[in-house]
Design a protein around this ligand. Structure first.
Ligand SMILES: [Zn+2]
Length: 127
């Protein structure tokens, strides 16, 4: 138990250490929707090694979407541009949210994106 707690504290410290670079990369805007609302790092793969590639600076709303809150179909269009990012936490992260929404335009958006073919195949299999 104590070990898990310490590991979690260490992880939060590691994320925090990357926070400044992350904010700079993001231009102090949400990397999914460009909002400036309560920006914090989002950890794409808890349990794996933390790098800048697996962190995205997200607003409160996008963090909720990332955690599985159902999205309003209209707001999803604001996330579409993030599919073009070459940073996995941005492009793959947003793709996962789009797939979960099952909107009719999502398949085409993912097919057109520059995501890795293996990732595309996996995502499209869920649609
Ligand atoms: Zn956002």
């Amino acid at each position: 138990m104590a070990k898990g707690y310490n590991a979690n504290q260490q992880r939060l410290a590691d994320i925090s250490a990357l926070g400044k670079q992350l904010a700079k990369r993001a231009g102090f805007r949400c990397e999914w929707c460009a909002s400036k609302d309560d920006l914090r790092p989002w950890d794409q793969h808890p349990g794996q090694e933390i790098t800048e590639a697996t962190l995205a600076l997200l607003c409160q709303r996008c963090r909720a979407l990332a955690d599985g809150t159902p999205a309003d179909p209209n707001e999803l269009h604001t996330l579409r541009n993030a599919l073009w990012s070459d940073i996995p936490a941005i492009a793959e992260g947003v793709a996962t949210v789009l797939v979960r929404s099952r909107q009719p335009w999502v398949r085409e958006a993912i097919e057109e994106s520059l995501l890795d073919e293996a990732i595309k195949t996996r995502l499209l299999a869920e649609l």
